[in-house]
Design a protein around this ligand. Structure first.
Ligand code: ADP
Length: 303
């Protein structure tokens, strides 16, 4: 059974500098690296690396980095036949500046990602797709169309409501499994402080539910993952690892969870596996290149 991801595809351009520039200032970069990025692409790579046949739907520019990004994603095992190449539109980009102090500044331009429409989604066949997974870097109306079509086919709809956006909440009633980090949970549940203890996380998560069968999963960084259902809440503790680069940890978790659920794994077991996959991903730098394979995750869990 397979995973269908509707999501963003970006070119991440990471420049290292001694000090971040002030407004109006020009500084010399020390290095420049280009990576495939975007939450949709990262999550699709994570699901594919965990062994699930994975289709990605999204849009890139036709005349710039877009076609090369598609090739790269297919090398990671992602099926990119539903990725549109649009003329006269730039591919989405993230411009990241990292200072030697570790501080960073990031500008994300959505470019082609914003051009996906409900009509594009409606024209795609979802036959045989067990899991639908999306994030809020794609237009909410397109996600709504996907989730409504998926419900009619009995698919499991997973939403990683990141970044936290007001229009995201309208999708919650159409979602079966909602995945958030603590900051996003605090924003949607309108809390002044990030919830930390399981009780607080559960209370805040339940505010976002509108159906008794919904699940809310809250990632807690190094502390692990909280899983909340109407009558149950449990914590899967974070794996003790030495974190090198946590970029894409949440994306790894979401993609890995989708892959595990696509083979009908029990929810607790799937969360444990995704928690282990995400812990492995923080030990390597970059997002897509750090996604572990199924064999690596199984060996880590056994070891
Ligand atoms: P996001 O990247 O969206 O902010 P988190 O920081 O909550 O999300 O990380 C997502 C998941 O990645 C966590 O729930 C955990 O499974 C794993 N993770 C993140 N940081 C660490 C860490 N330092 N050690 C072990 N696991 C981690």
């Amino acid at each position: 059974m397979s995973v269908f991801v509707l999501g963003s595809i970006n070119l991440d351009a990471v420049a290292r500098v001694d000090d971040l520039p002030r407004p109006g200032e020009t500084v010399a970069g020390l290095s420049l690296e280009l990576f495939p990025g975007g939450k949709g692409a990262n999550q699709a790579v994570a699901a594919a690396r965990l062994g699930a046949p994975t289709r990605l739907m999204g849009a890139v520019g036709k005349e710039d980095a877009g076609p090369g990004l598609k090739t790269k994603l297919s090398e990671y095992g992602v099926q990119v036949g539903d990725v549109l190449e649009l003329p006269s539109v730039p591919t989405g980009q993230a411009h990241v500046w990292v200072a030697s102090s570790g501080e960073n500044m990031i500008v994300v331009t959505s470019g082609a990602n914003a051009a996906i429409t409900p009509q594009h989604v409606a024209a795609t066949s979802l036959d045989g797709q067990r899991i639908l997974l999306s994030q809020l870097e794609s237009p909410a109306h397109a996600i709504e169309t996907l989730f409504r079509a998926g419900a009619a086919k009995g698919a499991l709809r997973m939403l990683n409501a990141a970044p936290a956006l007001p229009q995201g909440a309208a999708l919650f009633p159409l979602t079966d499994i909602l995945i958030l980090n603590q900051t996003e949970l605090a924003t949607y549940a309108k809390l002044d402080q990030e919830p930390v203890r399981l009780e607080e996380v559960s209370r805040a998560s339940r505010k976002l539910m509108s159906r008794p069968d919904q699940v809310v999963i809250v990632t807690l960084g190094a502390a692990g993952v909280a899983c909340i259902r109407r009558d149950e809440a449990f914590l899967i503790e974070g794996r003790k690892v030495k974190a090198l680069d946590t970029t894409g940890a949440g994306d790894c978790f979401c993609g890995a969870l989708a892959a595990c659920l696509s083979i009908n794994m029990d929810l607790r077991e799937a969360v444990e596996m995704a928690n282990a996959a995400a812990a492995l991903s923080v030990q390597k730098s970059g997002a897509a290149p750090s996604m572990p394979s199924k064999r690596e995750v199984e060996a880590f869990l056994e070891g």
